[in-house]
Design a protein around this ligand. Structure first.
Ligand code: GAP
Length: 457
């Protein structure tokens, strides 16, 4: 059954995952805040990525660079020249659109991203494309719209103080390439990963947390010799695929791998493959894997005057390394994951349950302690506090047990421990599995082992 997107959004709000930003002031368009469970899920998702791509990868290391960088970085990277979108306004209703998207929505087979501004304007006129909001055909000329957020550093707001918030985390890695490589005496091939906020003044943000102006990226820049004949592009594409399938358990029928046409490529890339997820609003880019050649390091060498070449200890040859970049947005990945695990399951004629079948390692809580009756409270609180020493645990004693199971299903808690009448007699509890709803009787002394086995299976 098709996923009801509005229902998912309402569910995530009600359960404390995602709230509208600045809601009590009427909100701020397309900004979202992560509630207690959303923050936890986001933290675990980042941790999972960091473990897989940085901490437990034999080639890679991590870094954490600034959001505001020297403006010359953006000149060198091409963002100050190329990072803008063709904007068009409806003169009648004042709605604003990206001209290429306006065309592609009407004519899905046209790749308007490759058109010049003149070609876009002509195409809109020739095909009588109407404003999707008011149906009039009265558009302004196209203006290029700079996607980078600007601000000023220091008290004087003039051009010399103008700085930009980074639109990608990648450039921080390139700018610190030499320090990173030297400090850890890294030999090629090696990768540098980073997780952090990026900002883009998107013209058409939307689809919930899919496209926002403030978001987090998880990027890996993998450096290798131009003489290295191993197919690092496919290597990282396979790693991304493995991460999605085995770590996040995303259903592989829900995404496709699509290579960009030559005329679709970004200014820095000579090959890009996107992993596109079937979101409820349509298929959209989830993860991009780009071959950036030696574009960025060469540009930074040229603009900074620093020698960024690598002296190959084996061949004594000097060269600027090539780069493969897998790049994904934290929130976009979280949205794909949530769409994947959101189920409404019919239990019997009168009962359904809403369930988030999150992987065990990502669920905000691993385990909930539920006393069957109030009189088991102090014993149960004691058990809960002991579990907290090793696991992400929660406690709930309000409402009937059925309701409490549903509450935990709704937030994705994989295990519920019920303390019942027999617990104090046989020193055992019942542990219920979220997905199968099967129950095991487990001795209290074995609970930790039971949970560790589940986590590691
Ligand atoms: N460093 C390369 C780069 O930034 P990109 O395709 O522009 O490439 C990479 O972005 C990933 O970042 C995307 O695949 C997407 O997951 C995420 N992303 C980009 N723009 C976003 C936005 N406005 N909101 C949320 N996520 C975004």
């Amino acid at each position: 059954m098709a996923l009801d997107f509005e229902k998912l959004i309402a569910h995530l709000k009600a359960q404390g995952f995602i709230f509208q930003g600045s809601e009590i002031y009427g909100g701020l368009a397309n900004s979202w805040d992560y509630g207690p469970l959303g923050a936890e899920l986001k933290y675990k998702l980042k941790n999972q990525w960091w473990n897989f791509f940085v901490r437990r990868n034999k080639y890679n290391i991590g870094i954490d660079t600034s959001i505001i960088l020297n403006t010359n970085v953006w000149k060198a990277s091409g963002h100050l020249g190329n990072f803008n979108d063709p904007l068009i306004d409806c003169k009648n209703c004042k709605s604003r659109f990206r001209a290429d998207k306006l065309i592609e929505e009407k004519f899905p087979n046209v790749n308007a991203g490759t058109f010049s501004n003149e070609e876009l304007e002509n195409y809109i006129k020739k095909n009588n494309i109407k404003c999707p909001k008011c149906n009039e055909i009265t558009f302004t000329n196209i203006r290029q719209f700079d996607l980078m957020f600007k601000t000023f550093q220091g008290p004087i707001e003039d051009d010399t103080a103008k700085v930009y918030l980074r639109p990608e985390t990648a450039q921080g890695i390139f700018v610190q390439y030499k320090n990173t490589q030297r400090s850890l005496r890294k030999k090629l091939p090696f990768g540098v990963g980073q997780i952090g906020k990026s900002f883009r003044n998107e013209i058409t943000p939307g689809n919930f947390i899919f496209r926002t102006r403030e978001f987090e990226q998880m990027e890996l820049e993998f450096f290798f010799s131009p003489n290295d004949k191993y197919n690092w592009f496919d290597h990282w594409l396979n790693e991304v695929n493995e991460f999605l399938m085995n770590e996040l358990k995303i259903n592989k029928n829900n995404y496709v791998i699509r290579e960009h046409d030559k005329d679709e490529l970004s200014h820095y890339s000579n090959k890009t493959v996107d992993i596109e997820y079937n979101f409820p609003f349509g298929r959209g880019e989830l993860w991009g894997i780009a071959h950036r050649s030696n574009f960025d390091l060469s540009q930074h060498q040229k603009f900074s005057g620093e020698d960024l070449s690598y002296l190959d200890p084996e061949t004594n040859e000097k060269y600027i390394p090539n780069v493969i970049e897998p790049s994904v947005g934290v929130e976009r990945l979280m949205l794909a994951l949530l769409c994947d695990v959101f189920y409404e399951e019919k239990i019997n004629e009168n009962d359904t349950r809403t369930i988030l079948k999150l992987p065990i390692k990502l669920a905000p809580f691993l385990v909930a302690v539920l006393p069957l009756q109030k009189k088991q409270s102090s014993f149960s609180i004691n058990l809960f506090e002991n579990l907290l020493k090793n696991f992400d645990a929660t406690y709930d004693e309000t409402g009937n047990i059925g309701k409490r199971y549903r509450r935990q299903d709704a937030i994705g808690t994989p295990f519920c421990i019920t303390v019942d009448f027999d617990t104090e007699l046989d020193n055992s509890v019942t542990i219920r599995d979220r997905d199968t709803m099967n129950q095991d009787r487990v001795a209290i002394k074995d609970i930790n082992l039971y949970l560790y086995n589940k986590i590691n299976n």
